[in-house]
Design a protein. Structure first.
Length: 261
């Protein structure tokens, strides 16, 4: 059978458009497809929520891929091992008790696949430029988005809006959505200073404990997870250990599912 390039074109445009329109209004919109965001998406979708993920890069996985100094292995501690087991991600016990190594490429691929299998949808090459708000308290209820190449090249192209009952900032060190609320809405965040404080220097032990602890609603309708929670609350960074990221995503999913139900 011969191939028709125009059929290929129509198939791509029609299928993507249908998917985008279906998820243009979601229960939860996650900004950033890193480890916390993908884990959160998995548990949310598994729990019955309609989940859309917007990733500014072409690739998903955030900081997983490079492992530690481009050695493609990461570490997960005992507390988060059950999440690896739950998602069927292979891991090896290290000779020191309580530490497990995971191939970083396998972790990134598995988190993406599991979230998609659970029903979440990932839209890559999309940058969030603003938030949608409503009501007297200006609750966050969606995102304003544009193609990443448009933002990178500075083209004067207007963005579009998508809706969500809850928005999750999983943008890592940048805490992009929290900064938008802070700067554009001039609102106080639920952090010690009311603003994004910025992460502190490396100290893995307290950092890993603080990530899930600081995960939560930082402004009406807006949740922080992973390194975005670290950056906003001014806690320590942890380096190439990822248990806290997984636990953070799981915690946010549980809290939001409870509110949706």
């Amino acid at each position: 059978m011969g191939l028709d390039e125009l059929i290929v074109t129509r198939a791509i445009i029609e299928t993507y458009t249908e998917k985008f329109l279906e998820y243009s209004d979601s229960d939860v919109a996650i900004v950033g497809a890193g480890p916390a965001g993908l884990t959160c998406a998995y548990y949310l979708a598994k729990g019955g929520a309609k989940v859309s993920i917007y990733e500014r890069r072409l690739s998903i996985g955030g900081g997983i891929w490079g492992g530690g100094v481009m050695f493609s292995e990461v570490v997960v501690q005992e507390d988060a091992k059950r999440i690896l087991d739950d998602l069927g991600i292979r891991h090896k016990p290290y000779r020191e008790e309580g530490y497990y190594t995971v191939d970083s490429v396998e972790l990134a691929c598995s988190l993406g696949l599991r979230s998609l299998e659970a029903g979440a949808k990932i839209f890559n090459s999309i940058t969030v430029v603003d938030v949608k708000v409503e009501g007297k308290d200006e609750k966050v209820c969606g995102l304003v988005i544009n193609w990443s190449p448009v933002e990178m090249t500075g083209l004067h192209v207007d963005p579009i809006t998508v809706g969500a009952k809850f928005v999750i900032d999983g943008t890592g060190h940048d805490a992009t959505v929290a900064r938008i609320v802070q700067d554009k809405l001039n609102k106080r965040l639920n952090t010690p200073t009311g603003k994004v404080i910025g992460e502190r220097s490396m100290w893995a032990d307290p950092a890993e404990q603080e990530v899930p602890r600081k995960t939560g609603e930082v402004y009406p309708g807006l949740y922080l997870i992973g390194m975005a929670a670290t950056a906003a609350h001014g806690t320590h960074r942890m380096g190439p250990i990822f248990g806290g990221m997984l636990l953070s995503g799981e915690k946010a999913a549980k809290e939001i599912l409870a509110k949706l139900k």
